[in-house]
Design a protein around this ligand. Structure first.
Ligand code: G4P
Length: 288
């Protein structure tokens, strides 16, 4: 399968704008998709966020395998990154983030105190590739306290600071990072997640990749969702796709199977969690 790396011109502009924004902040809140934390990460952030406090949110944790969530959390913690698993749609999940922010910024807070600066809020910015849940997170988090503090000098693009608490102010516009996929498998995982345009790979090819992965790693998910037998999950992905098209009445004129429609259905089932909680990759040392 051919995955093309592309980098639209507007991203160069976005990257420049982000560099400006990052100058204003103390803390980078990096949002990753818990189902593929490595693939949904743009390593540029290490360079862009140099010298800043860092917090990693493993978002959409509700859609990912809970055991794998814990493995990933541990892996990031071992790299010295404060990490929290979240469902950004759930306001209840925002509470532990406050504690994590304090932890991630402890050095800055101590430095301030030594200089006699008290109660200067931590300024934070959310970054991540498309579709990882940046806007959802900002809305959920800011929803509680949504007091905009107004424009400040030096803030680019008319950005505003949202005061989340006495301790934290968040830039209301997230920084968009572009997905990076030199590795073909990374491109495929990002397409499963909906972080690259579906047309790039094509639905049918994408669904075949997903079926192949699921039959290896989560055969029970296929058995449950599509009433597959143990023999069914061992057949080639093309056969599985046709079987699903047949069972779900995906038909073209003349009763021919509409495999394109079935492919869309499978990808949607994965994205919405109907196939269960699935993680696409594990840290290198425990690679699937
Ligand atoms: P972005 O700003 O990073 O691009 O992402 P955004 O917040 O727009 O979220 C993308 C989709 O993911 C939204 O679905 C949103 O509801 C969903 N989402 C965000 N966080 C979570 C989470 O923690 N768990 C789950 N299950 N879903 C989450 P959408 O509005 O339906 O858009 P789409 O999926 O149809 O594109």
């Amino acid at each position: 399968m051919q995955v093309v790396q592309w980098y639209p011109g507007h991203m160069t502009k976005a990257k420049r704008a982000m560099k400006e924004d990052i100058k204003l902040i103390d803390l980078v809140i990096e949002i990753l998709d818990a189902r593929a934390p490595l693939s949904s990460r743009n390593p540029d952030i290490d360079e862009l966020g140099r010298g800043k406090a860092r917090l990693v949110l493993l978002n959409k944790a509700d859609l990912a395998d809970e055991t794998a969530n814990r493995v990933w959390e541990q892996s990031f913690l071992e790299q010295g990154l404060s990490t929290v698993r979240v469902d950004a749609r759930n306001r209840g999940d925002m509470k532990p983030i406050q504690t994590a922010i304090r932890h991630a910024c402890r050095e800055k807070i101590e430095r301030d105190l030594k200089r006699g600066i008290k109660n200067r809020p931590v300024r934070a910015m959310v970054v991540g590739i498309p579709n990882v849940g940046k806007s959802t997170f900002i809305n959920s988090y800011a929803g509680r306290a949504c007091a905009k503090t107004g424009n400040r000098p030096g803030v680019t693009r008319g950005n505003q600071w949202i005061r989340l608490s006495k301790e934290v102010e968040l830039l209301d516009t997230p920084g968009i990072l572009w997905p990076k996929f030199e590795d073909e498998q990374v491109g495929i995982r990002l397409a499963f997640l909906g972080s690259v345009k579906d047309e790039i790979l094509g639905m049918e090819a994408l669904s075949l990749e997903l079926l192949a992965f699921l039959s290896r790693q989560y055969p029970e998910a296929l058995m449950e969702r599509y009433q597959f037998s143990e023999t069914d999950v061992e057949t080639e992905p093309e056969k599985m796709l046709r079987k699903i098209a047949d069972r779900r009445n995906c038909l073209l004129k003349g009763n021919e199977l509409d495999t394109e429609k079935a492919a869309r259905l499978i990808i949607d089932d994965f994205r919405s969690g109907k196939l269960g909680r699935i993680t696409l990759e594990l840290p290198a040392e425990e690679q699937r």
